[in-house]
Design a protein around this ligand. Sequence first.
Ligand code: ARG
Length: 768
Amino acid sequence: MRTNNWAKALLLTLLLPLTAHADEGMWLPLFIKRLNQADMQKKGLKLTAEEIYDVNNASLKDAVVQLGGFCTGEFVSSQGLLLTNHHCGYDAIQSNSTPQDNILQNGFYAATKADEKKNPGLFVDILVRMEDVSAKMLEGITAATPEAERMATIQQRQRETAEAAKENGQYVAYVRDMFGGNEYYLFVYQRFGDVRLVGAPPEAVGKFGGDTDNWMWPRHTGDFSMFRVYADKNNKPTPGAQEGNVPYVPKKHLPVAMQGVQEGDFAMVFGFPGRTQRFLPAAGLQLTLDESNPARIKLRDTRLKIWKADMDKNPDLRLQYASKYANIANYWKYFIGQNEGMKRLKTVDTKKAEEVALAQWIAQDPARQQQYGEALSTIEQAYKVQRQYNLSSQYVNEGAFGTEIVTLAARMMPLANALKSGDKGAISKATEALREPVKDYFKDYSAPTDQKVFAALMNLYMQDVPQDQQPDVFALVKKQYGGSMSKYADYVFSNSFLTSEAKVNAFLANPTLAKLEADPAYKTYQSVYTNYVQNIAPKLQASQAGLGRANRLYVAALREKNTQKVYSPDANSTIRLSYGTVRPYNGRDAVHYDYKTTAQGILEKEDPTNPEFVVPKKELELLKMKDYGRYADKNGNLPVGFITDNDITGGNSGSPVINGRGELIGLAFDGNWEAMTGDLAYDPELKRCINVDIRYVLWCIEKLGGAKHLVDEMTLQNNGPSPGVGAASASSNTMNADMSDVEKMKVKTENGGKTKIKRKKNKDAAAL
Ligand code: ARG
């Protein structure tokens, strides 16, 4: 008989001997007492679970914020001073730069609070509480409930529950699903809309090593920037920067550890990891490997080359496109690394083997067969359909929408709808809503550059996507422009009013549907959009509905089968805690990587002829004199970076790395090349979290930036060595993972079967 999946999963979670093991896992703070506390304390944590997460009393969670929905930051003073990464503050730093006052290039530290720079639109979310609402969401839903009804019911409940939790707009709240929809959690936040830029090192420090070093260890990047959160006089959030706002007083700010890190030290990372797909089936991995990643890489590569050529020619354009470039380049390299890693580590094969084992386990028992029997075959079928239409999706997202003019055209949609309705109020509302975005857009826009991108990307779209899935506009290009996308681009950019701010504003002064619909850029967008909505999306959606259900069953079956493993849910931009140790690694045969870097490495990498490795003159002088101030380590070196085996991903950027006493030891900012498959499958031997040492951050602020007043605002502590398991045990982790099955069985029997030894994990697929 079929049972309620979630109820069963819940029951399982309650009955199992629950001890999670570090390395893999982005844990929900709500459960660390039950799942992780014992293991964390064994590794060196001196705090209790309540000191980390407590709804009623100040705890570490109150010092951690989600920044702008895409990064993490942490409070380091009682006056709302926030640390995050340079690449998280990048957009704000660039937006506040002008060719005359280029703070991106030169760095910036506000001398007084009045000098801090406002950032319209930027906000931070601070967690108030979270709650397991699975029972409420799934009440009365059974395996027999039709999928569409299930979805509609749950969505309705999610909305209602979130709405109630907002308490009349006091909070931001949402319900997120976990484990493929087997569980649901409510998150309630306070949102502060007044976040001001306080400081940033020169780009040559904050992005030292550029795209060459990105996603790589060893690293020497000072990847930090500083903001301050402001609130009203009652310490309550405001939607934007309001008159009379004062620095926010956080419930908790992190003290800073001055004594640094050693191999084997306990380390935890608190933050907002964005997305992992560790439950992605083999067919999904295969599609990513064969098609999605190569398409993304090709399209981004094309766009980046065009941008770069123009940026190199024109410093003003370089400043305008700096942030966009960095964003696109970041994941361009990520996709390359992910594909390389998938091939090297045989990620798909490992996942396939897991699925074969799962299928056997399901087949062993008629009840399982009935409950989960359909999952794997439905997944297989659904991916066949996905594969048919996948390129269209990729080329719409990264191709058509890789050109800026098409994205601007898309923004006109609500206005077009208002114009169609003829409702004057709606028209003026839609027009007003465009004013700010249009201003922002043109501040950093070059039509000639975008025209080149348009010609190149739309051409690839026309070449690579199956004929019968192409938008009408390509027929026109073939018929009227001899198939030359660059001629068509010429026509679009000479005739569209979406190429200049003055023309767009003239249109907004008196918008008509006729004018918009006659615009060639808008027409191009319409053609791409209509084709996608009418011919592609319905096919994908049909397969996705079945896939949603199948994935849910697949994840439930996996958890039921592997009872000895405590799974953490995939990252989905909700607050998580990961823990582990400071730990070196062996990158490949004969290559060992130390766990830390020093300023020596900056001097070794310095190259005045390569913009990515230029060291600012003042830094060079200070480093050559070894003027490290109070930030030298015990060997007299200036520490710069270190690695831990914490499980993190994009969105964790800027996260505090915290020692066993709850002190800040660094900021997480990247992952390593050898483990670029980490979002799909976790490998404990290879995956490392790359952090900037807090002492380098402070050195950059105080010695390089001359902003000692900001360091003085923080709470510096020197309580002696951080707690941990020490170097020997940290590397015995490695030995443990290398133990043979027989050895592990022995340990297991000796412990009367109650062992906490990690299951043998296949190197490639630890996270299935
Ligand atoms: N790979 C880093 C991340 O995703 C971003 C590093 C930014 N630096 C750069 N050179 N693009 O968090």
